[in-house]
Structures are given as structure tokens and as C-alpha cells.
Design a protein around this ligand. Structure first.
Ligand SMILES: [Zn+2]
Length: 285
């Protein structure tokens, strides 16, 4: 019985103070759930497409189908994990209680009626917070090879499965994003250790998609920050499956993937910052 009494003594979620940071992080969570759910709508068409496209060989057909089926399984798994996550349950529970307390006038929500729904988040996602979080690590300071290796170690431990390595002689970092993205990036470091950092990125593959991605990278807002660049490049891993945050579609009218990556940082209730790379179509940016 002691357990029940304890449970009753707990403050109901609604009575917890809802400060702006926790509201923003709840909105960010709901946005992620929304995008993940929208993504599921394309699951069956994508699997169908994989067998309808004229394959070069039976092996190719098998590979296309396996890839699409794996992608579908991952999308379902991602959505399930999100829904079962305690953070999501807490947000849903809070919304449910709020509706029970004061449900008058609450109607269904349609993204097409709130085209600016993302803007609320973007206002909070400016770069003013960077210095608070990054402290003395001034982006743009000249990096020695040791610093680059340290940055790569940190990157690899945060992104298991991505191959990133430094070719010291040519002062080049190579980054391989596996399937489904299958992109190889080459990052040219500054030519002299004393020179200013101005990382240029190339890719041997020159498909239309790769060229569009390279152009989006070239015009990134923080060209002198290696950590930021590595994180941005890694965010292209789901280029073929993550819909645009603005229109919630994977392909735009010109059948282009959302090639723009926009960094969004939100302050968490515990005071730390969480980074997220939003995917956008060039036309929706
Ligand atoms: Zn879009």
C-alpha cells in the first residue's frame, strides 16, 4: 500500500511548472513524432516502387527490394521507439490531462492550416546560444592535425557505423556514409596549419543529388567550424528517407529530396543544448 500512497503523493504532471524551455522541448518532440508518422505514409509506395522500376538484373531487383524493405522496417522501428519513449509518453499524457481539464474549443490539427508551425521553433534556434554551450572553443581557430584527430574520435564515437579518417599527407578527411545514403565526402583541411580554416567539401560521385548536396554544404552558415561541418555531413545519412520539416513531404514538385540541412538547437529542461539538423527542400528553405 505504501507504493500507492507514494504514487498519490506525486505531483500530477499538469501542476509541474511549464517553463518555456520545457514547452519548446515538448513541441520539438511532437514535431519529431509528426515527421516520423508522415514518413510511414510513404512506406508501402516506396516498397512497391522498388519492384516496379525496371531492374538491370534479378540481383538488382533483389537489392532494390531488400533496401526498400529494410528502410520500411527502420521507419516503423523508429516510430515505435519514439512512441514508446518515456519523453513522448510524458508529453502525450500532459496533453491528455490538459484536454480533460479544459478541452473546450480544441479541434483537430492540420499541418496545411498552420504552414508556419515550424517557425515557432526556428525563432528559438538562432546561433546566440552557441557561445553559451561551446564556451571557449572558438570556431575558426586554426586546427593542428592532433585537433583534427580528436575531433574525428569524438565524431566516430557519436556516429557508430560512419567511417571518418584523416589522410595526413594530403590534409584531407574522408567521410563515408553507408547505404541508404551511400555518399563519400572529402573534406580538404586548411593547407597550412597557420592558415585560416576554410574547409571545402567534395564528393567523387557527381550525380545530380550529390551536386545539390555539395552546393548546400558550400553555402553553410558556419564554414570555419569542423565539428559543425562533420555533424552536418552526417545528417545526410537519411537524405532519401527524411521528409522536409516545412511541407512534410519527401520529394518536392521537382522530385528533389530535402537537401538543405539547418541546425536547430534547443535548450533542454536540464539546461543543456540538444542539436538537431532539420531537413528542408531548397524551395521550402
Ligand atoms: Zn519542403
Amino acid at each position: 500500500m505504501a507504493t500507492n500512497e507514494q504514487a498519490l503523493d506525486q505531483v500530477p504532471p499538469l501542476e509541474k511548472e511549464l517553463d518555456e524551455a520545457s514547452i519548446m522541448s515538448s513541441l520539438a518532440r511532437l514535431q519529431e513524432v509528426h515527421i516520423s508518422l508522415r514518413n510511414l505514409r510513404e512506406t508501402i509506395p516506396k516498397v512497391m516502387d522498388s519492384v516496379l522500376v525496371d531492374p538491370l538484373s534479378p540481383d538488382q531487383l533483389h537489392s532494390n527490394f531488400s533496401q526498400a524493405a529494410n528502410g520500411a522496417a527502420q521507419a516503423i522501428k523508429h516510430f515505435t521507439q519514439l512512441m514508446e519513449d518515456s519523453g513522448t509518453k510524458e508529453v502525450m499524457e500532459r496533453a491528455k490531462e490538459s484536454r480533460t481539464e479544459n478541452g473546450e474549443g480544441i479541434t483537430g490539427w492540420k499541418v496545411i492550416e498552420h504552414e508556419d508551425w515550424l517557425d515557432v521553433k526556428q525563432e528559438d534556434g538562432n546561433d546566440d546560444v552557441d557561445k553559451e554551450e561551446e564556451g571557449t572553443a572558438e570556431a575558426g581557430d586554426a586546427l593542428g592535425l592532433k585537433d583534427v584527430n580528436e575531433a574525428l574520435d569524438k565524431f566516430r564515437s557519436a556516429h557508430v557505423g560512419l567511417e571518418a579518417s584523416l589522410i595526413e599527407d594530403s590534409r584531407m578527411v574522408t567521410l563515408h556514409l553507408p547505404l541508404p545514403a551511400q555518399i563519400n565526402f572529402q573534406i580538404q583541411l586548411n593547407t597550412t596549419p597557420e592558415g585560416p580554416n576554410n574547409y571545402s567539401v567534395d564528393s567523387k560521385d557527381k550525380s545530380k543529388l550529390h551536386r545539390a548536396i555539395l552546393e548546400a554544404i558550400r553555402t553553410r552558415p558556419r564554414p570555419n567550424d569542423l565539428n559543425d561541418l562533420l555533424e552536418m555531413l552526417a545528417s545526410y545519412l537519411d537524405i532519401k528517407s527524411r521528409p522536409c520539416v516545412k511541407c512534410s513531404r519527401l520529394l518536392d514538385r521537382n522530385a528533389q529530396f530535402p537537401i538543405i540541412r539547418s541546425r536547430k538547437r534547443t535548450k533542454q529542461p536540464d539546461g543543456r543544448f540538444a542539436s538537431q539538423w532539420l531537413a528542408l527542400h531548397a524551395a521550402c528553405n
